[in-house]
Design a binder for this molecule. Structure first.
Ligand code: PMP
Length: 304
């Protein structure tokens, strides 16, 4: 990824892609604390636009606040910077990765005395779990690793260290021939995917696991609004893995994963073992929203 043409916004300036580097003694590299976002821009009916820019930027600042990381830029500056990166790289649709991390002034666990740096890169990125996955659904495996306990790491923050847990789970699932992992919390209840929130449908009702150790997803929030528009009230409750085995439909949501149906969990087909009808309706409306085909949701789009 490092050897490309283009520009990365780095500490207030656009720098050539290959020059956006940092020292090996970067604090965040050693201790795993950097806060970041995953954002998408779509080539919409009203021009290239970033989906829910404000919500992603607010979550980035919340993550920094939780870890007492002093952001050297304002929300407005970082929103403008994200737009600038898309423009500078002449991207019509892309994934955007803002990250704030501690610099290399010091070693040792305390972040005191370490500067905070921010970079924003953007590049084209298609369907995270595959185009085929969007249509036919993916195969998921329950992980033998648990999601972080809420008092082990701060689950409201999207920060780099938490993803070692996601990597373990995803590695286990994909090495066993599955597409993605589902993580349970430390009490054994369903939490979320390695990089996605989960929804299940049973008897025409939509459920999601209670958001305790899961990330508060922005795609999730969008899907809850879309479901309401389609006449479904999403119910949050504790879900077990066998609630999913016996569901009629299930799907993951995430900025990268968008709305991806799940056709199988741990070798059990979910419903008919394909994209279910309610999932399909929600997915279609979601893609209408992100692509600017639904004027009601233009409020979620910021044109570049
Ligand atoms: N859970 C985890 C662990 C994630 O990494 C993501 C992706 N950011 C999500 C859920 C979905 O969040 P969002 O819809 O805001 O991308």
């Amino acid at each position: 990824m490092a050897d490309r043409d283009g520009f990365i916004w780095y500490d207030g300036k656009l720098v050539p892609w290959r020059e956006a580097t940092t020292h090996v003694l970067t604090h965040s590299l050693h201790y795993g604390l950097a806060v970041f976002e995953g954002v998408r821009a779509y080539n919409t009916e009203i021009g290239t636009a970033i989906f829910r820019l404000k919500e992603h930027t607010d979550r980035l600042f919340n993550s920094a606040h939780i870890y007492m990381m002093k952001m050297p830029y304002s929300r407005e500056e970082l929103m403008e910077a994200q737009l600038e990166v898309v423009r500078a790289n002449k991207l019509e649709s892309c994934y955007i990765r803002p990250i704030a991390f501690f610099g290399s002034e010091k070693m040792g666990i305390s972040t005191r005395g370490a500067s905070v740096h921010v970079s924003i890169a953007a590049w084209p990125w298609g369907a995270y779990l595959g185009e085929d996955g969007l249509k036919r659904g993916i195969r998921v495996k329950t992980s033998s690793y648990s999601r972080h306990h809420v008092n082990v790491s701060m689950c409201r923050a999207k920060y780099s260290g938490t993803y070692a847990n996601s990597i373990l789970a995803n590695m286990e699932a994909t090495e066993n021939g599955y597409d993605e992992a589902l993580l349970l919390d430390v009490d054994g209840f369903v939490a979320e995917g390695a990089g996605e929130n989960l929804f299940v449908i049973k008897d025409n009702k939509i459920y999601e696991p209670e958001i305790a150790s899961a990330l508060v997803g922005i795609t999730r929030a969008s899907v809850i609004e879309i479901a309401a528009e389609l006449g479904y009230q999403v119910v949050s409750k504790r879900l077990t893995r066998d609630d999913i085995y016996t569901a009629d439909e299930a799907f993951f949501t995430g900025t990268a994963a968008e709305v991806t149906p799940i056709r199988e969990l741990d070798g059990r087909l979910i419903g008919a073992g394909s994209r279910g009808p309610i999932t399909e309706k929600i997915q279609a409306r979601f893609f209408d929203a992100v692509n600017g085909r639904a004027p009601e949701y233009h409020r979620w789009l910021t044109r570049i």
